[in-house]
Design a protein around this ligand. Structure first.
Ligand code: UDP
Length: 411
C-alpha cells in the first residue's frame, strides 16, 4: 500500500461564521448524494509546498461532509525526485531537456507505485506531475481519475509536455489554478478551473490580536510604533526582494521612519537559494531598519501570521508567480497589499480597489507611500481585499468546487 498520511479532524461547522451560512449549506446539499464515496488523493510528499498545505485541510473537511477521503504519498528516492524537479522546471518553461534515461527513472517509479496502489476507489485525484503515470499503470483502481495541476503549464518546454501529454489525456478530468495555465492539447475531457485557497483557521491564518502580533514582531527587533512594510516569500529572483529593498529606499525619502521586513523560508539543501539570500543581504547594506529573516531564525507559521497581521503595507513584488498564496494570506488579514501584476496576483487584487498592482520598484514605492500617508485609503483597500479573499480563496469554496466536480463526474 502507498503510505497513508495521518490527518487531524476538522469540522465544516467551524467555518460557518467566516465563510457564510449560504456556502456551508450549499456544500452540505452537494455532499448529500456523495455520501460514502471513496476518494483518494495521491501526491509526492506530505511536507512543504502548497499541495500539502491544501490537503491537510481539504481532506479532513471532505471527511467531515461524509466522503470517505484519504491521502497517500508515493514512494520515491533521490534519483526520482531529481528527475521530477527537472520536469517541474521544464514544464514551467526551463529549456533543459530530460534524457531518455531520466524518463525511464520516472516511468519505473510510477509503475512501482502503481503496483502498491490498493483498493477500488470512486475517484483518485493525482496531484502534480510526479505521480501522473499512476493512471496508465493501474487504471482499474478507480472509476474516475482526476489530474490536479498546481503549476503553470502555459509556456512549457515542448518536448517535456509532448512526452507527458499521453499520460495526462488519459484522465477523465483535469483541474487547474487559472485558465491561462492550460496548455494546448490538454483541453479535452472535463476541465475545471479552481484556484487554490487558504485555511482561515490554521495557525498561519487564524485571527491574532494586534497585541499578540506586535509582541511577536518585537521579538525580531521591529519597532511596532513605526510603519512596517513586509514581504513574505522564498529568497528567489522571481520574488524580487531586491526590488522591494529599492522600493523601500525610495519610500524612506518621504517616510523616514519606515521599516522593512523580508521574511523568507530557506531550504537547507538549496545552494542557489542561499546565494540569492546573500545577494539580498548585501543589497540591504547593513541598514538596521531592514530585517531579513528566515525559518532558521525560528520564523514559523505563527511568526508569518504576526508579520502579515502587523504590517502597514504587505508587498509581493513578484516578477513571475504561480498563484501567490502569500497574497491571499495578506489580503485575508485585511492588510493593504501591493502585488506584481503577474500570474495569479491580478485574480486576487483589483488595482486600486482591493490593493495595487505594480511592475517596477518606483511604482511599488509610490503606492506604498500613498498608503502610509493615507490611513483611510489603507483601511478601504484592506477591507475590500479581505472580502475578496473571503469570497473566493478560503478552503470551503475549494471544497465546494471539488464536490461540484465529483457530482459532474457521476452524471
Ligand atoms: N512561507 C512561509 N515562510 C516563509 C516564506 C513563505 O511559511 O518564510 C509560505 C507562505 O506563507 C505561503 C507559501 O510559503 O503559504 C508560499 O506560497 P506562494 O504561493 O506565495 O509561493 P511559492 O513559494 O509557492 O512560489
Amino acid at each position: 500500500m502507498l503510505q497513508e498520511v495521518g490527518l487531524g479532524q476538522k469540522s465544516l461547522a467551524d467555518y460557518t461564521h467566516i465563510a457564510g451560512r449560504g456556502l456551508i449549506e450549499r456544500i452540505r446539499e452537494l455532499a448529500e448524494p456523495l455520501q460514502g464515496k471513496t476518494v483518494l488523493h495521491v501526491s509526492a510528499t506530505a511536507f512543504g509546498g502548497g499541495v500539502s498545505e491544501i490537503l491537510y485541510t481539504l481532506v479532513p473537511l471532505m471527511r467531515d461532509v461524509g466522503i470517505d477521503a484519504h491521502w497517500q504519498v508515493i514512494l520515491g528516492q533521490e534519483e526520482f525526485f531529481n528527475v521530477t524537479k527537472l520536469m517541474h522546471n521544464s514544464l514551467q518553461g526551463d529549456e533543459q531537456e530530460i534524457s531518455d534515461g531520466q524518463w525511464e527513472v520516472f516511468e519505473a517509479y510510477n509503475a512501482m507505485n502503481a503496483q502498491d496502489l490498493e483498493g477500488e476507489w470512486d475517484a483518485i485525484v493525482v496531484h502534480d506531475p510526479q505521480p501522473a503515470g499512476l493512471k496508465q499503470n493501474a487504471p482499474q483502481r478507480a472509476r474516475h481519475w482526476i489530474w490536479r495541476c498546481h503549476i503553470d503549464l502555459s509556456a512549457p518546454n515542448p518536448s517535456t509536455l509532448a512526452r507527458m501529454r499521453p499520460l495526462l489525456t488519459e484522465y477523465d478530468a483535469t483541474v487547474w489554478h487559472l485558465e491561462q495555465y492550460v496548455p494546448a492539447g490538454l483541453d479535452g475531457g472535463i476541465r475545471k478551473i479552481c484556484p487554490p485557497a487558504i485555511d482561515p483557521l490554521s495557525p498561519k491564518n487564524m485571527a491574532l490580536s494586534p497585541e499578540d502580533a506586535a509582541f511577536v514582531c518585537e521579538q525580531f527587533g521591529i519597532d511596532t510604533d513605526r510603519p512596517l512594510i513586509c514581504q513574505v516569500s522564498r529568497f528567489d529572483p522571481w520574488k524580487d526582494p531586491i526590488g522591494v529593498i529599492e522600493a523601500y529606499r525610495i519610500v524612506t525619502e518621504r517616510v523616514p521612519d519606515a521599516q522593512l521586513a523580508l521574511v523568507g523560508s530557506m531550504a537547507t539543501d538549496d545552494p542557489e537559494g542561499w546565494e540569492f539570500f546573500h545577494q539580498t543581504f548585501r543589497a540591504a547594506d547593513g541598514d538596521p531598519d531592514i530585517k531579513i529573516l528566515n525559518n532558521l531564525n525560528n520564523v514559523g507559521a505563527i511568526e508569518v501570521n504576526a508579520f502579515q497581521s502587523q504590517a502597514d503595507v504587505m508587498i509581493q513584488k513578484s516578477i513571475r508567480e504561480g498563484f501567490g498564496l502569500t497574497v491571499t494570506e495578506a489580503l485575508w488579514k485585511g492588510r493593504p497589499t501591493i502585488g506584481g501584476d503577474v500570474g495569479g496576483i491580478p485574480l486576487q487584487i483589483t488595482d486600486g480597489v482591493s490593493g495595487y498592482l505594480v511592475s517596477t520598484p518606483e511604482e511599488t514605492a509610490d503606492r506604498t507611500t500613498e498608503i502610509l500617508e493615507d490611513p483611510e485609503l489603507a483601511k478601504r483597500l484592506g477591507r475590500a481585499g479581505k472580502e475578496h479573499s473571503r469570497e473566493h480563496f478560503l478552503t470551503p469554496r475549494l471544497l465546494r468546487d471539488w464536490l461540484d466536480l465529483l457530482t459532474e463526474l457521476d452524471r
